[in-house]
Design a protein around this ligand. Structure first.
Ligand code: HSE
Length: 430
């Protein structure tokens, strides 16, 4: 029976969940995998967290050096989050010859090149399945199972907090604002007291940077990911979107075409018949298209103690079975993108554009003239009002066009007197 000693850095939600899984499945892992996995050390400032989990005092390390010098620790699990001190601790573990399993998307997104270099130098494992989409096994799918494909696109709902908020706003059909639902999500413990990383799209952008680097075999730095969060989403856009046959989601989109790579996170109206449209509440999913496999969708819990713990323990078992043949990135893992990688900023999409206009003859033709000036073709529209209503909403969905054309058209409409005022525009996925 192979003995495997682990240390857990951080006993918050995910660290606690990981500990429970390892303890409860100890006998099962012996039988199923021939592995006797023991938590040898934990590192946690709040000692009471360890004691509440039933961890004996003797296992609570007082510093990282103690863990690095413990010969019984083979694998260090980092579930602290944030860059520091996590980065210092992970590098210390790797330099001490310990393999590392991490759930830290910000750390891995920003410093994978440094961590991987340290891991290779010491011939240690470095695993990060839990960094993206919690319990959904998307990293291993990209690193192993889908390697035979040229992956052309990846679209995902990869943040549970924002998906929960948008699902509730959609169910209320305009009855609640973003701010109301955020408060509710915070009181239920779904959203953090400081929700910025989730609601401003940082969390999803870290994950997209990692996933698209793996999918497209080239480093996609965080700085290349276009990011918009959900803080400006208006309830009426969700309602009009529904009328037009779409559901509003915070989508992470990565595309790899002959012209280059585009990576973006932003609110998106997605056709209600698309499989991602029915991913609700705090569930996550990633929809991957490969040239051989066609479409694959991976769906499940993207956060939480046990789902994320499941990904961590999966990595621990995988690592313990490697016999030093570790798997690293399938590309040159540098800080910046390879200079030969082209990025597309002026991408193509369909657009939803909501404006208000005075309800009188000639407004539509003026709007159409601006659209025509920029080659924008209208696919659907809604006009409300009975001809005597004063200001009315005018909503358009365009065919695919370039982002810059839409921005120029909006600027022209807003700067010309007597046409209309654009209140919002949202990218559309059919
Ligand atoms: N806060 C994230 C979410 C989970 O809401 O999906 C961890 O990345």
């Amino acid at each position: 029976m192979k003995k495997v000693g682990v240390a857990i850095l951080g006993l918050g939600v995910v660290g606690g969940g990981t500990y429970k899984i390892l303890e409860e499945h100890k006998e099962f892992y012996k039988k199923a995998h021939g592995l006797d996995i023991t938590v040898e050390n934990v590192l946690e400032l709040r000692k009471e967290r360890a004691l509440e989990l039933g961890i004996s005092e003797s296992k609570i390390a007082s510093n990282m050096a103690e863990i690095c010098s413990n010969p019984d620790v083979d694998i260090v699990i980092e579930v602290m989050g944030g860059v520091e001190p996590a980065k210092t601790f992970v590098l210390a573990a790797l330099n001490a010859g310990k393999s590392v399993v991490t759930s830290n998307k910000e750390l891995f997104c920003k410093y994978s090149h440094e961590l991987e270099k340290a891991a290779r130098k010491k011939n240690c494992g470095l695993y990060y399945e839990a960094s993206c989409v919690g319990g959904v096994p998307v990293i291993r799918a990209l690193l192993d199972n889908l390697q035979g494909n040229k992956i052309t696109s990846m679209m995902g709902i990869i943040n549970g907090t924002t998906n929960y908020i948008l699902t509730k706003m959609s169910a209320a059909n305009g009855g609640v604002s973003y701010a109301d639902v955020l408060k509710e999500a915070q009181s239920l413990g779904y959203a953090e007291a400081n929700p910025t990383a989730d609601v401003e799209g940082y969390d999803a952008s870290y994950k997209l940077s990692i996933l698209s680097s793996l999918a497209f075999h080239t480093k996609i730095p965080f700085s290349k990911v276009y990011r918009e969060g959900i803080t400006n989403v208006a309830a009426e856009d969700i309602v009009y979107g529904k009328q037009l046959g779409y559901v509003l989601k915070l989508l992470a989109i990565g595309k790899n075409t002959d012209k280059g790579i585009e990576v973006r996170v932003h609110p998106t109206l997605i056709k209600s018949s698309h499989p991602l449209a029915s991913v609700n509440d705090s569930y996550n999913a990633v929809y991957i298209t490969g040239d051989a496999v066609e479409d694959v969708m991976l769906y499940g819990r993207g956060a939480g103690a046990l789902p994320t713990g499941s990904a961590i323990v999966g990595d621990v078992i995988y690592c313990a079975k490697q016999n030093q043949n570790y798997q690293y990135s399938t590309f040159n893992n540098t800080e910046e993108a390879d200079p030969s990688t082209k990025f597309i900023d002026n991408f193509k999409s369909a657009y939803y554009i909501r404006m208000t206009a005075v309800d009188r003859t000639g407004v539509l033709s003026k709007v159409s003239a601006v659209f025509a000036r920029y080659g924008i073709s209208v696919a659907q529209m809604i006009q409300e009002g009975d001809g005597n209503s004063g200001e009315v909403p005018l909503i358009f969905v365009t065919h695919e066009t370039k982002e810059n054309n839409v921005k120029k058209a909006i600027a022209d409409i807003n700067s010309t007197n007597d046409i209309a005022t654009v209140k919002s525009f949202i990218r559309v996925v059919e």
